[in-house]
Ligand binder design. Structure first.
Ligand code: HPA
Ligand code: ZN
Length: 332
């Protein structure tokens, strides 16, 4: 199984670039930027990565980001992530970044975007990894703040495939951003939305009403059979994050991962790493953990790899080529 997982080409569709900030690199960049950390050693920092829920994680995630100040920092962060992708045979990535987590601290929007784009282009050159960049809005902030960020993003919009919605879910439903998402849609951007990670099935329903193109997490949609049927009917892909779910207490153990029930329901489910530096594993580790926890078959694993490409924002012809590559690799 481990062999098959490693051998298959895969796309990662749910990854926050700031969540790939490994403690070693975090210390290195904090030192060169003279940013003080509340931890003396990498070990101490790692020990702080114990979370009871999403908010406890987010507090540490935003704290870690504070080390990032210069274009070079964003480049190094992205480059390190793509090196890990290459090691896991991830051949296509669609990554989120949180501009408000940086501009809110005084880092100019263009510093963030230039560094990430340079990192993505470097990874494409060195590893042949193709990519899409998705600008994510922080849902604990106001819709007005989101509109201001969209304005700042205007010169860069042709470099972004879509927008997302992340951060503290409870109390911040998708409808809070209905006008912002309508504007983004009108500008030709695709729409993603974290929903049903901690929030209720109604938040997933709202995301559908807003007209989203892909659901991030979506775990709790399973509580509502009618909603599941609607997601199947629309052919929407869900980006599930197994190690994130156990790390944040969204599920108690891997045997409860929604990946199994979603496969059974005929949903287009994918496996992703979310914030791998914080949750203990990149793509293959997530596949291995969920395969072991649920007792998935080799056929299930191949299906998940295929879904990662059919659920991507690649053009249809390219999706077909990538699926053919999955089939070829399956045979070994
Ligand atoms: N959920 C919500 N917001 C996030 C996450 C997540 O898993 N990771 C980074 N921001
Ligand atoms: Zn996420």
């Amino acid at each position: 199984m481990k062999d098959l997982i490693a051998r298959l080409p895969k796309a990662e569709l749910h990854l926050h670039i700031e969540g790939s900030f490994e403690p070693g690199l975090l210390f290195e960049i904090a030192r060169r930027n003279r940013v003080a950390l509340p931890y003396d050693t990498i070990e101490e920092l790692r020990n702080a990565y114990k979370f009871l829920n999403l908010q406890e994680f987010l507090d540490i995630y935003y704290q870690g980001m504070k080390a990032l100040l210069e274009e070079e920092d964003y480049f190094d962060l992205t480059r390190a992530y793509l090196d890990r992708c290459a090691a896991d045979n991830v051949t296509h990535v669609e990554i989120f970044f949180d501009p408000q987590g940086h501009t809110g601290r005084g880092v100019p929007f263009e510093v963030v975007v230039k560094g990430i784009l340079a990192g993505l282009e470097d990874g494409e050159r060195r590893h042949g990894i193709t990519w899409r960049l998705i600008m994510s809005f922080l849902r604990h902030l106001s819709e007005e703040d989101g509109f201001a960020t969209l304005k700042e993003a205007e010169p860069w919009l042709d470099r972004f495939t879509g927008v997302g919605l992340d951060s503290s879910e409870s109390g911040n439903p998708p409808m809070k951003f209905a006008r912002l998402f309508a504007r983004c849609r009108a500008m030709g951007l695709l729409l993603c939305c974290h929903a049903g990670e901690e929030g209720p099935p109604d938040y997933v329903r709202e995301a559908l009403e807003i007209g989203i193109d892909r659901i991030d997490h979506g775990n709790r949609a399973l509580e509502d059979p009618e909603l599941v049927r609607e997601i199947v009917r629309r052919g929407l892909t869900l980006t599930v994050c197994p190690l994130s779910n156990t790390a944040l207490g969204v599920i108690e153990r891997m045997a409860e991962s929604p990946v199994g029930r979603m496969l059974e329901a005929g949903l287009s489910v994918t496996v992703n790493s979310d914030d791998p530096a914080y949750f203990g594993g990149y793509m293959n580790a997530n596949f291995e953990a969920v395969a072991a926890g649920l007792g998935l078959s080799e056929g299930d694993i191949v299906q998940l790899a295929r879904n990662s490409f059919t659920g991507s924002f690649l053009p249809e012809a390219e999706k077909a080529r990538r699926c053919a590559a999955v089939e070829a690799a399956r045979m070994g």
